[in-house]
Design a protein around this ligand. Structure first.
Ligand SMILES: Nc1ncnc2c1ncn2[C@@H]1O[C@H](COP(=O)(O)OP(=O)(O)OP(=O)(O)O)[C@@H](O)[C@H]1O
Ligand SMILES: [Mg+2]
Length: 305
């Protein structure tokens, strides 16, 4: 993996200490970590006593609109189809799109005592999202860093997730407060980095990889979304954006290419209609699923424990 330069480390450190996620997420433990010379920030958010989350993965990208939420949806649906219990934490607090994709318009989070109860999709996937708290989902959510971090804590710690095999976390674009807080304060086992061929792949992937590296979160690999279009007449793959630079970028960062998804109007239509569970074709991202299924269980004691 490419190493961060001293300047880049310093820039991220500055960003984190200047009112970014570290400050926002609560600073208990940060001093200890720093004193111990570690580069991680505050303690992990506590898991709710009513939650047993066995795995947690994130979906990130240095760039907006490349299909993070779509890839999150695909991963969730494919894990559920494989027989796992699945939940989605929509960490895109100000631009949530998961509830729409799963047809959860008109559904709301409920409370059980002090706990938040997630909404449930038709197929039984649990979802927590700001969209499920708003009476009008077109209302913009305008929250600053500390409030965002508070919302994330509630989504993780105050939610009674129950026994969940896989909690998949959809992130907002870029390297701001929210991805920082999620990577610092939740037990993310790894992130899947999404890019698309029309973007400067190296830049998009580079940003995510450097951030994850700084937060000591493994990058599981790269998914290229909207890679190609399949001709509806002859089935040939058409590459509207020319040659992809994915392989060389993946080599540069020492990461596997975990999948390529076509640009498919049927996928967009399924997401818009809230029918991703019903209409998603089979086996869109088998290598991502295989890699996630291989991760060690967070609740199993490790040999050092
Ligand atoms: N493979 C695909 N084929 C067709 N449409 C797609 C595909 N992937 C994503 N889309 C559509 O492109 C739009 C952007 O995708 P999506 O919302 O998943 O991106 P994002 O990276 O999560 O965006 P943001 O950065 O705003 O969170 C959505 O309307 C989605 O339905
Ligand atoms: Mg999104």
């Amino acid at each position: 993996m490419a190493q961060l330069s001293d300047e880049e480390r310093e820039a991220i450190r500055q960003e984190m200490s200047g009112g970014g996620a570290q400050g926002a997420a609560g600073s208990e433990g940060a001093g200890d970590a720093q004193a111990a010379g570690q580069e991680t920030g505050p303690d992990l958010f506590e898991m709710n006593p009513l939650s047993q989350v066995h795995h947690m993965v994130g979906v990130v990208s240095g760039k907006g609109g490349v299909g993070k939420s779509m890839v999150t949806g695909v991963i969730a649906v494919e894990l559920a189809r494989a027989g796992h219990t699945v939940a989605v934490l929509d960490a895109d607090i100000t631009g949530p799109s998961i509830p729409t994709m799963f047809g959860l318009g008109g559904s709301y989070l409920t409370a059980l005592g002090d706990n938040i109860m997630p909404a449930r999709t038709k197929g039984g996937i649990q979802v927590v999202s700001t969209n499920l708290m708003l009476t009008d989902e077109r209302e913009p959510v305008i929250w600053r860093g500390p409030v965002l971090a508070g919302a994330l804590k509630q989504f993780y710690s105050d939610t009674a997730w129950g026994d969940v095999d896989y909690l998949v976390c959809d992130m907002p674009p870029g390297t701001g407060d929210v991805p920082l807080t999620v990577m610092q304060s939740m037990p993310i086992e790894g992130v899947v980095c999404v890019t698309s061929p029309q973007e400067l792949v190296q830049v998009v992937v580079g940003k995510s990889v450097r951030m994850a590296q700084m937060m000591q979160v493994p990058v599981l690999g790269i998914v290229e979304n909207m890679s190609y279009v399949t001709c509806p007449d002859c089935g040939r793959k058409i590459y509207p954006f020319g040659d992809s630079h994915l392989e060389e970028t993946a080599r540069r960062y020492g990461l596997p290419v975990l999948g390529r998804m076509p640009m498919d109007p049927a996928l967009a239509a399924a997401a818009d209609a809230g029918r991703i569970e019903e209409d998603l074709p089979e086996n869109m991202l088998p290598d991502v699923i295989a890699m996630i299924e291989d991760l060690p269980d967070l609740l199993e004691p490790t040999p050092e424990d």
